[in-house]
Design a protein around this ligand. Structure first.
Ligand code: C2E
Ligand code: MG
Ligand code: MG
Ligand code: MG
Length: 283
């Protein structure tokens, strides 16, 4: 009897495994098709100078709207792309599209671009990115790469080599989701880091939890002490905005400032911002 029960459990397990494998295979091939057919497109979210209100950059955030699957979340398809060896190809095509769009923006607005941990372990990353910039005639000084601390944990020499090459041409590097990884402080010394992006979990709770505000304040002290800047992510309301300004945070990003938008919407957004600034000054 016991044995029979065991078998049926095992059969159930096998069934689940099979389903998981077919799901993975189906998603993997859907992703392959989506990349080939350019269905994964860059959206752009504004990053603002908190003192002046000026837009200093847009972060490229990948979006996939599949005719069959609908919207697939980036967390999901980025890790799928990593697991199925497609992240390099996806990132290359996205970077080209993002640079092409950013070429049409005012020259003082930068492009921020996310690089996955796996890519940093690829020896050719630095030269691959520079060759895209060269081909498209995109000024390296207008590009900022966002990397996560956890990405730096492995293969430190390979990652450092890429980041050093990129940095020497003027590309800047931001540590994304700062405060959520491990032994983060080491990396500020060991790598060419130009900016810290304070994770949205701290911003979300800063007006409710004293500790969060203290952590943000400490990170700002750290950044400024090292002669670099900080961006707060995930600003959703005025109270957070005011508190961050009061603490002297350099830059901000979040739904309050602007949601991620398709390339076609950027010009309209900038026009609206300029209008708003004019009204504010004349008021
Ligand atoms: P991230 O780089 O930390 O990007 C910030 C995420 O916060 C984005 O989620 C953005 O839409 C969201 N966000 C911005 N403002 C707010 C806000 O006020 N409130 C809330 N609740 N969320 C806000 P998204 O677009 O879903 O991307 C998730 C993550 O996927 C990104 O986190 C990034 O790690 C990764 N990702 C997205 N695009 C790419 C890409 O092209 N390449 C790589 N390697 N990773 C990417
Ligand atoms: Mg990012
Ligand atoms: Mg982030
Ligand atoms: Mg994140």
């Amino acid at each position: 009897k016991q044995k029979g029960k065991g078998r049926s459990h095992y059969a159930l397990f096998e069934e689940r495994m099979e389903r998981a494998i077919t799901d993975f295979a189906r998603m993997e091939s859907a992703l392959r098709t989506a990349i080939s057919q350019d269905r994964i497109v860059p959206y752009f979210q504004p990053i603002q100078d908190l003192e002046t209100g000026r837009t200093i950059a847009f972060e490229c955030l990948a979006r996939w709207n599949d005719p069959e699957l609908g919207w697939v979340r980036p967390d999901r398809f980025i890790s799928l792309a990593e697991e199925s060896g497609q992240i390099g190809r996806l990132s290359d095509r996205l970077l080209r599209k993002a640079c092409a769009a950013a070429r049409g923006w005012p020259k003082d607005i930068s492009l921020s671009f996310n690089i996955s941990g796996l890519q940093l372990r690829e020896r050719s990353l630095g030269l691959d990115i520079l060759s895209v910039l060269g081909e498209l005639g995109f000024n390296p000084a207008r590009l900022e790469l966002e990397i996560t601390e956890t990405a730096l944990v492995r293969d430190v020499p390979v990652a450092r080599e890429s980041l050093d090459i990129l940095s020497s041409t003027g590309v800047r590097v931001a540590l994304d989701d700062f405060g959520t990884g491990h032994s983060s402080l080491r990396y500020i010394c060991d790598f060419p880091i130009h900016k810290l992006k304070i994770d949205q979990s701290f911003v979300r709770t800063m007006c409710k939890r004293f500790e969060s505000e203290q952590i943000i304040s400490a990170v700002l002290g750290l950044a400024h002490g090292m002669g670099i800047t900080a961006t707060a992510e995930g600003i959703e309301d005025e109270a957070q905005m005011l508190a961050l300004k009061r603490l002297g945070c350099d830059f901000g990003q979040g739904y309050l400032i602007g949601r991620p938008m398709p390339a076609e919407a950027v010009a309209g957004y900038l026009q609206g911002q300029a209008e708003y600034q004019r009204q504010r000054l004349s008021a």
